[in-house]
Design a protein around this ligand. Structure first.
Ligand code: SAH
Length: 238
C-alpha cells in the first residue's frame, strides 16, 4: 500500500481528480490518501498559518510551527515533499522513484514556506515546471496522479503505462480510433487511418509505432530526441 499524506489550508479541494476513474477505484486497495488541514495545527485562536516576511517584500509566508506540528503528528516513515517552483521538476522516472516510499506533501500558499521547517525536516522540493501556480494543491494532485497510475494493478491495462510517453525516452506515437475514414463537419476533406494499423501484422505495427514515435519526438521535443539518439549510438558502440 502506497500512503500519501497531504497538508494544505484547502483540504476540501481533495480528492478532486484523485477520486475518479482508475485512481478512485484503486484507492484503499493499492494506495491511500490522507488530507489534513494546516489550520488545525495552528497555535493561536485565529488559526493563523502565515505571517509577513522578514526583510520585507510582498505577500505572506507560511509559518514553521503549523507545518512542524503537522509533521510531528502524522510523519511515520517516507519522503517529505514541498510542492515548489524552485524544486526538481517532476518527470516519469522521478515519479517511479517516488512510489517506493510513502509521501508527506506540503502544499504551499502565499509567497511560500519559511525555509527553516523545510531544512529541519529534510524536505525535498518538487516542481511541476517553470511556471508559478497560486498554491501547491493542483501540483500535488498532478504528482500523486502521475505516481499512483504507475503502481502495478492501478491501471486497467497492464501495458498502457509501459507504452506511455517518456517510458522509452520517446513521446508516444499518434493514436487512431474508429471510424477508419473520418470526414469533419462542413468539410471536403477526409482523413484515413494508416493501413498498417489495420493489417494485423504485429511486427509491421510495432515498427510503425516506433518510427512514428521517433518522428513526433524529433518534431515536438528536440531535447528528448537528441538524448535518445545519443543513447542509441552509445548502445551501438558498446
Ligand atoms: N514566491 C514563490 C511562489 C509561491 S506560489 C516563488 O517565487 O518561488 C505559492 C505556492 O504554490 C508555493 O508555495 C508552492 O507550494 C505552489 N507552487 C507554485 N508554483 C509551483 C510549481 N511550479 N510547482 C509546484 N508547486 C508550485
Amino acid at each position: 500500500m502506497w500512503n500519501v499524506n497531504i497538508g494544505t489550508i484547502f483540504p476540501d479541494i481533495f480528492p478532486g481528480t484523485l477520486g475518479v476513474s482508475c485512481l478512485g477505484k484503486a484507492h484503499k486497495k493499492y494506495w491511500e490518501l490522507f488530507v489534513q488541514d494546516f489550520r488545525n495545527y495552528a497555535n493561536d485562536k485565529h488559526n493563523t498559518v502565515d505571517d509577513t516576511p522578514f526583510g520585507g517584500g510582498p505577500g505572506m509566508v507560511m509559518k514553521c510551527n503549523t507545518i512542524d506540528s503537522w509533521l510531528s503528528d502524522v510523519y511515520k516513515k517516507g519522503k517529505i515533499i514541498y510542492m515548489s517552483p524552485r524544486g526538481r521538476t517532476l518527470n516519469q522516472s522521478y515519479a517511479k522513484e517516488l512510489i517506493k516510499e510513502d509521501l508527506y506533501i506540503i502544499c504551499g500558499r502565499y509567497e511560500g514556506v519559511d525555509c527553516r521547517v523545510l531544512n529541519h525536516w529534510n524536505v525535498e522540493e518538487v516542481s511541476m515546471g517553470d511556471y508559478v501556480l497560486c498554491g501547491g494543491e493542483v501540483a500535488s494532485m498532478a504528482l500523486v496522479e502521475t505516481c499512483a497510475r504507475l503502481i502495478p494493478g492501478v491501471l486497467g491495462n497492464k501495458e498502457s503505462a509501459e507504452q506511455d510517453s517518456f517510458s522509452n525516452d520517446l513521446l508516444e506515437h499518434d493514436q487512431y480510433t474508429k471510424p477508419n475514414i473520418w470526414v469533419p463537419n462542413n468539410s471536403e476533406m477526409s482523413y484515413n487511418t494508416p493501413c498498417v494499423l489495420r493489417s494485423g501484422n504485429h511486427k509491421a505495427i510495432s515498427d510503425w509505432k516506433l518510427s512514428n514515435s521517433e518522428a513526433v519526438t524529433e518534431k515536438n521535443r528536440y531535447d528528448l530526441w537528441i538524448e535518445y539518439i545519443r543513447k542509441k549510438e552509445k548502445n551501438v558502440h558498446s
